[in-house]
Structure formats: C-alpha cells, structure tokens
Ligand binder design. Sequence first.
Ligand code: FAD
Length: 275
Amino acid sequence: MANPNFSIEFFPPKTAEGAEKLRVTRAKLSELHPKYFSVTFGAGGSTQRGTLDTVVEILAAGEDSAPHLSCVGGTRESIRAILAEFKSHNIKRIVALRGDLPSGYGAAGEFRYANELVEFIRQETGEWFHIEVAAYPEVHPQAKSPQDDLLAFERKVKAGANAAITQYFYNADAYFQFVDQTRKLGIDVPIVAGIMPITNYTQLMRFSDMCGAEIPRWVRLKLASFGDDSASIKAFGLDVVTALCERLLAGGAPGLHFYSMNQVAPTTALWQRLV
Ligand code: FAD
C-alpha cells in the first residue's frame, strides 16, 4: 500500500520526566515518517506553555509539528498574542478548536465556536497557517441535531479551514456517510480519520462516554470479557482497529491521524500492519 498521509497526536507533558519520556517516544515514532506531530492544548490555555515548548522542540528536531489551539475562555487579545508567538517560531500549521471549559471555570470568553476562531486566524494572519478543524462523523455530543452539526462544520471550512481531522470512531460507515454529506454541500477539504488504538478497556469507555464515540456492542462485550488480561485486550484491539483503518483507506480516506496517548507501541503496531 502507498504511504498514506498520516499524523500523530501527543499531549504536552506536565513534568521534566514526562518531557524526557516524550522525547524518546517522538524519536521512535519519527521512524514511521509521519507527516507531522500535533500537540493538544488545554482549554482555557492551561497547557499553553507546554504545547508551545513541545511543538518548538519537535520542529527543532527537524519534524513538522502543529499546536492545537482552543479558543474557549480566550479573548481576541490573548489569541492574537498566541498567534504572534506561533509565527515567531515559524509554526505553519494549527489545529483550531473551540475546546471545552472545565466545569466551574467561569467566563466563556470572546469566541463561542471554532468557526469564529478560524475566521479570526485568517483575519489576523492571512494564509500563514495551514488550518485543520475537528469533524464528528458520529455527531458532536452538544449538537442540536446531526444537520446542525454538519452546518457548523461547513461554517468552519467556509471560514478558511484547509482540512479536518475527525473525532475517533469505530464505525467506518459513520465516516463514509459524513464525508458523503459534506461533498454534497460542496465541501472538498480532506477529512482525515482520527484513530484511537484500543489498549485499555476502562480508559476507552471513559473517553468515549465523554466525547460521544460509540463502541460497537460486540467490541465492548468482547473487551469486557477479557477482564484484566491486558495482552488479549491489546491483541483484539489491534485486529479491530487495523480492519477499521484498512476499510477507511480502501474507501478513500485521505489519511489517518493517530491519537497516540504519548505511547510508542500502539501506533507502531497498527502502522506496521498497514504498510
Ligand atoms: P465547534 O466546531 O465550535 O462545535 C462545538 C459544538 O457547537 C458542536 O456541537 C456544534 O454543532 C455546535 N455549534 C457550532 N456552531 C454553532 C452555532 N452557531 N450555534 C449553535 N451550535 C453551534 N479539545 C481541547 O481542549 N484541546 C485540544 O487540543 C483538542 N484537540 C482535538 C483534536 C481533534 C482532532 C478533535 C476531534 C477534538 C479535539 N478537542 C480538543 C476536543 C474539542 O475541543 C471538543 O470536541 C469541543 O467540544 C468542540 O470543539 P470544536 O472545535 O469541534 O467546536
């Protein structure tokens, strides 16, 4: 199979030890030659420094890297300052998001939705950044309806996004349906599939409840049946996610974005099965 366009996501480390571990992880994952590494951004700017430091370090190692930028809780002035800092480090890619404020955080800030952030980035910096936005084949949990969510996605693209990365999912039909609907609206940006390796049952269930990803019943029951047998969970998870990736690529997905959870093994194992 030809090398598809694929990228790998990290979250910024919180400690010096975590930073050192991520350095090793990144060096190993670089051997897979991803197109770029993206680094998440805590809503309300909670990881702002860590996100920037991690991206700058990856760029200095000769790899391309994109900070995520979430606008919730931000002001025009604070986002303008962040964009200027990104530019000063010659960062050319951004994953632009609304984000979710932790409960009790207080004011929501001057941006309500991600399309407003994309519009602001274009106003302030023209075509400097390649902008990716989020897409939700299984519908964002706060959307009023699937149609509203699709129109919200269209607004982000019309505001100037170059491409999209999806929330993770395990149902390929949801992805193909979503892409079809966007094409019918005349949206032609690449929609890269977000891929979450399955390595831990409890963690997967918790994340999926929060972000609205559906775990098919047969996958859930099978994972639960393995109990604490982590090797069987990983082996079964690898089979399920490999089959998903193969179907997505065969069906025309322009690339894959791996939610690595800062781990080497799950992304590497999947990738080796695919190439
Ligand atoms: P939006 O596109 O603004 O949509 C949010 C919700 O509002 C949707 O339900 C949409 O239908 C609705 N909506 C949009 N416009 C309107 C309108 N005008 N009126 C009414 N409703 C509207 N979070 C982080 O905090 N940091 C990260 O680094 C991060 N990285 C991510 C990376 C990817 C690839 C993905 C898929 C998600 C990521 N997230 C991250 C999570 C994301 O921030 C949440 O899913 C968040 O709830 C929505 O962000 P968004 O950019 O999709 O928002």
